[in-house]
Design a protein around this ligand. Structure first.
Ligand SMILES: Cc1ncc(COP(=O)(O)O)c(C=O)c1O
Length: 400
């Protein structure tokens, strides 16, 4: 919740109410006539789109008397963001929480979870979903053994898609319909296309229902699924790269969660994405739009741009005023130590400005000594993106 005119009672009241932001520079670079709009979820209190379902699943379980403060232990298998939302809710409400999470998920997510008071159990990334070693299998085992253990189960809990049908979707609709069309910024005043990645599928299913039921029946909803996952429909789309591992976190699975609707009435079509294009799109969102988004946001943007270039998407891309909304699920805070991000941020080609800075400092008679070559080469020569951190990296400017 970016702004509230009154005092909030707790962190959970700062979940959601995220901004919808024009991505004009990307649209221009891509030659799009339509409006490209990003729903920026990292401004939510816990930093992702999943705060919304965590809050709702906890509050609805309380209404059903399934949670008892001081007794209940909330256990959840997650790729991390649902865990962070749950740990935040449980910190506010006084429940213990255990998060089971595959090894591939970032250290930052684990640190945030532990900081919020959660216990974290890591599981092998390659374990199949129905293996006792998977994050789901381990959560089930813990639930059986721990008194008061309860799995709210984002994969089956109807409050997952419902949270998005009742909050994320209406927020998008409100933002689009309350922004009038102008000559400079034409708008159909409708959500014409929605593009979102799918993990549990709750986000895309819930937003789609909100839009199609209450706002625009003809809205085209495009799901984004990483190569190696099996969520896309029809199944033939999932053949290329079947079973391969991918780095992007939070989207894709090796089973179809109950809350994902693969019905074409809800999700019209699917695009498969790979890591490389996702990270390239993250870079665009950062450099061109100033948005510090995470990896799956790059997948969603890349999927949107590819769909807009497809035979089906072209007519929307060329339509002035058509509104294409891309769901940007979380922020880079979750991935700061990941090699893909360090490589992107620190291995960039030295800019002409870096050379100029180097020349100025070299010529100046101050005590500051620089090596112009090193500075122009920048951090590139001094970082090792294949290690998890860079504790020994020297400063760029050496002071003597
Ligand atoms: C970073 C990120 N992006 C996208 C998603 C997909 O959301 P959903 O599970 O609602 O499909 C998730 C889910 O965990 C996520 O963590």
């Amino acid at each position: 919740m970016p702004y509230s005119p009154s005092v909030l009672n707790n962190a959970l009241e700062a979940v959601g109410n995220t901004p919808l932001i024009r991505l004009d520079k990307i649209a221009e670079q891509e030659g799009l006539q339509c409006n490209l709009l990003g729903k920026v979820e990292y401004t939510s209190a816990g930093g992702s789109v999943k705060d919304r379902i965590a809050k709702r699943m906890v509050e609805e379980a309380e209404k059903d008397n399934k949670l008892i403060p001081g007794q209940s232990v909330v256990i959840e298998p997650t790729s991390g963001n649902t865990g962070i939302g749950l740990a935040m809710a449980c910190a506010v409400k006084g429940y213990s929480v255990i998060i089971t999470m595959p090894n591939k998920m970032s250290l930052e997510k684990e640190a945030a979870l532990r900081a919020l008071g959660a216990e974290v159990v890591r599981t092998p990334t390659e374990a199949a979903w129905d293996s006792p070693d998977s994050h789901i299998g381990v959560a089930l085992k813990l639930q059986r053994e721990i008194p008061g253990g309860i799995i709210l189960d984002q994969y089956r809990n109807l409050n997952n898609p419902l949270a998005h049908e009742l909050t994320t979707g209406p927020e998008i609709i409100d933002a689009v319909t309350s922004t009038p069309s102008t000559t400079a910024k034409p708008s159909s005043e409708k959500v014409d296309v929605l593009v979102a990645g799918a993990g549990t599928g709750g986000t895309i299913t819930g937003i789609s229902r909100a839009i199609k039921k209450t706002h625009n029946r003809d809205c085209i909803v495009v799901g984004v699924d990483p190569k190696g996952s099996i969520l896309a429909c029809p199944d033939t789309l999932n053949v290329e790269g079947a079973g391969s591992l991918y780095i992007v976190e939070g989207i894709g699975y090796d089973f179809i969660p109950d809350v994902l609707s693969r019905d074409t009435a809800d999700v019209d079509s699917w695009i498969k994405t790979d890591d490389e294009e996702s990270f390239e799109a993250v870079r665009k969102l950062m450099r061109l739009e100033g948005l510090l988004v995470g990896g799956s946001s790059g997948s969603a943007l890349s999927g949107a741009l590819r769909w807009l270039k497809s035979a089906e998407g072209k007519c929307i891309a060329e339509k002035k005023g058509a509104n294409v909304v891309v769901l940007l699920a979380d922020g880079i805070r979750n991935y700061m130590s990941k090699p893909w991000f360090l490589k992107m941020a620190l291995e960039a080609e030295p800019s002409p400005l870096a050379k100029r800075i180097s020349d100025i400092l070299k010529e100046s008679p101050s005590q500051v000594q620089t090596d112009s070559e090193t500075l122009a080469e920048g951090i590139k020569t001094r970082t090792q993106p294949n290690v998890t951190n860079r504790p020994d990296a020297p400063d760029e400017v050496t002071r003597k």
